[in-house]
Ligand binder design. Structure first.
Ligand code: IMP
Length: 178
């Protein structure tokens, strides 16, 4: 893996494809154990989580459902903090065991602003799963139940995550060279 350029910025290799897949298998195993005998509903947050959600879902060993929603608080490499919903939640969450799936929890603003809307629907249980977590960037602390990788406060791309629309198709995760 070598460094790459996306738009005006340089990114260096950070997490390898096989390490990402291995970790997702472990998280899927843990979820399968925790939800044995249940049928959780995964609510995946687009666009960034589409790859993580697909792989996580594929590795599950239990019955489960999945749906997708779209929220946004990001422009370029900075979170704006304003959450916009562009694709809503059609599924009824009442009485369901819900697992919200994110690509990355950075400041926590997106989920902090969106969670009340989920809780309002009275799911039976609600847990959060994220591939990446940047604890140093936390503004709104959240209880994250399933975390793939804890990473430093540096902008990353790849495996679903973008920099101004590009980089989502990379199998690996790259970190901004600063
Ligand atoms: P938060 O609201 O600050 O926690 O940001 C959450 C959203 O911002 C994520 O779902 C991503 O879409 C985006 N985001 C945060 N950090 C990064 C990053 O390093 N690379 C790409 N997108 C990011």
């Amino acid at each position: 893996m070598t460094s790459i350029k996306i738009h005006d910025k340089e990114f260096e290799p950070y997490l390898k494809d096989e390490d990402i897949q291995q970790r997702i298998k472990e998280v899927a195993k843990q979820i399968s154990e925790d939800y044995a005998g249940k049928r959780p509903l995964f609510v995946a947050v687009l666009n960034g989580s589409f790859m993580f959600a697909a792989d996580l879902f594929k590795y599950l060993e239990i019955e489960a459902e999945i749906c997708f929603i779209k929220l946004s608080s990001y422009k370029g490499t900075q979170s704006t903090g304003k959450v916009i919903t562009t694709i809503g939640l059609d599924d009824d969450l009442f009485g369901r065991d819900v697992i919200l799936v994110e690509d990355i929890v950075d400041t926590g603003k997106t989920l902090h602003n969106f969670l009340p809307r989920l809780i309002h629907q009275q799911p039976k249980s609600l847990r959060l799963a994220t591939l990446l977590h940047k604890p140093e960037a936390t503004v709104h602390p959240l209880q994250l139940d399933y975390v793939g990788f804890v990473i430093p406060n540096k902008f990353v791309v790849g495996y679903g995550l973008d920099y101004d629309g590009l980089g989502r198709n990379l199998k690996e995760i790259y970190q901004l060279v600063s």
